[in-house]
Design a protein around this ligand. Structure first.
Ligand SMILES: [Zn+2]
Length: 410
């Protein structure tokens, strides 16, 4: 990616926060996309290492194996589910086993802890950008991880406003696993497992259940299939905005280092294919993380509506992770101090890197922005560009995140 040097933000220019954020976002957008596990993502990572250097931080890339399509990872699960359903009339045992494997793998993969059926897919190289900002004193009492993903999602019909607007409006209000975007697939596989058990028990089953499942799978194959090969989006708001804010926060942190708190700036790749970058980094640093009390602040999509700190980490298939109540309470106090109303609570029912931390028992918070009705305009669409973003909101959210980051350090 050829970033025009003239537009690269420097330590103290441009003078206002909005302008600085916009310059980072436009520079990241310059290559057209930063698709997960593609050379474009890698070039964005190179650019970010340079930018970290400009603010006085030693950043480096850390590589891991990943995928360039989340849709493809889901398709594998649908295929195995369809195979299970097709086999059921001939071999109940094999049909039920395939259904159980698809169900279990979908849950395990969506909480980011394991990869099972995705291992059938070819992998490619992805990378995280990491910079450590040591505490100014000798003793490290706490560690903060400032996280914002680099990569961009593929576009697809599934992300059109026609689907996303009503889905966000309704599902964000539903508690529990029902709100997950792919809960319907979890449900279909569960029904299929029950179906297998009933057939094995000699219960006579009407064909209507299998017909309903077939219709569901056909629709899912079409929608997910179309998304799985979609074009990568520019990702201005999702998530060049979060990365830009993280760079601003890291620069401020460096200027007033606390004596006993270490800051890790983690800019993961492959969030859009299931938080694989954050998961890879957390797993690789598991032993070290256990030694020092650690909290995270995740920034994702900061350019529309109003700043929010979400209360629940939603996975794709159903499991939900509650953000720690004490941290949410402190965040609400920060929001009140800044005059932000309704800043802490429910969010759009889509997964973020926050799930990778919460599923590993690391407490923290995720800050994002959305409009009324939990709607994020242009999400995962080709229209997600700097042009359409509101940089006043991005700046306001960055200030909110800065206050929250300092609060987390205490
Ligand atoms: Zn995102």
């Amino acid at each position: 990616m050829n970033h025009p040097t003239s537009s690269e933000p420097t330590h103290d220019s441009p003078p206002n926060l909005q302008g600085r954020l916009e310059q980072y976002v436009r520079a990241l957008e310059a290559s057209g996309h930063r698709g997960s596990a593609t050379p474009h993502e890698e070039r964005a990572a190179d650019y970010l290492v340079q930018q970290l250097q400009q603010i006085g931080l030693e950043g480096h890339k850390e590589h891991f194996r990943s995928y360039s399509s989340y849709g493809a990872r889901i398709l594998v699960h649908i295929f195995v589910g369809v195979l299970g359903l097709a086999v059921l009339p001939w071999s109940t045992a094999i049909g039920a086993l395939l259904s159980v494997v698809a169900f279990a793998s979908l849950q395990a993969e969506s909480i980011t802890r394991f990869r099972i059926l995705s291992r059938l897919l070819p992998t490619s190289q992805s990378c995280n950008v990491v910079a450590r900002v040591p505490a100014s004193g000798g003793q490290v009492a706490r560690r903060l991880i400032l996280c914002a993903h680099i990569d961009t999602q593929r576009a697809g019909l599934i992300w059109s406003a026609l689907f996303v607007r009503p889905f966000s409006y309704i599902f964000a209000r539903i508690p529990g696993p029902l709100r997950a975007p792919l809960f319907s697939l979890t449900l279909a596989l569960a029904v299929q497992i029950v179906l297998g058990a009933l057939i094995a028990a000699g219960v006579k089953i009407t064909d209507y259940v299998a017909i309903a499942l077939s219709i569901y799978y056909a629709g899912a194959l079409l929608l997910v299939g179309q998304w799985s090969i979609g074009k990568f989006v520019p990702g201005g708001c999702d998530n060049a905005s979060g990365v830009a804010a993280a760079l601003v926060l890291a620069s401020r942190w460096r200027q007033q280092l606390p004596s006993d708190v270490e800051l890790v700036v983690l800019l993961p790749g492959s969030e859009e294919v299931g938080s694989l970058g954050a998961a890879a980094w957390l797993d690789a640093n598991q032993a070290n993380l256990a030694k020092t009390p650690t909290r995270f602040l995740n920034l994702d999509t900061l350019g529309y509506g109003a700043p929010h700190c979400i209360a629940t980490g939603c996975t794709l298939s159903g499991p939900q992770y509650r953000y720690p109540r004490d941290l949410l309470g402190r965040c609400a106090a920060v929001a009140e101090r800044l005059g932000l109303s309704d800043a802490v609570g429910s969010g759009p029912p889509t997964p973020t890197d926050g799930v990778a931390f919460l599923s590993r028992g690391i407490p923290g918070l995720t800050i994002m922005t959305f409009q009324k009705g939990f709607y994020v305009p242009n999400l995962h669409q080709m229209s997600d560009t700097a042009e359409r973003m509101d940089f006043d909101i991005a700046a306001q959210t960055t200030e909110f995140a800065w206050e929250v980051l300092q609060d987390l350090a205490n």
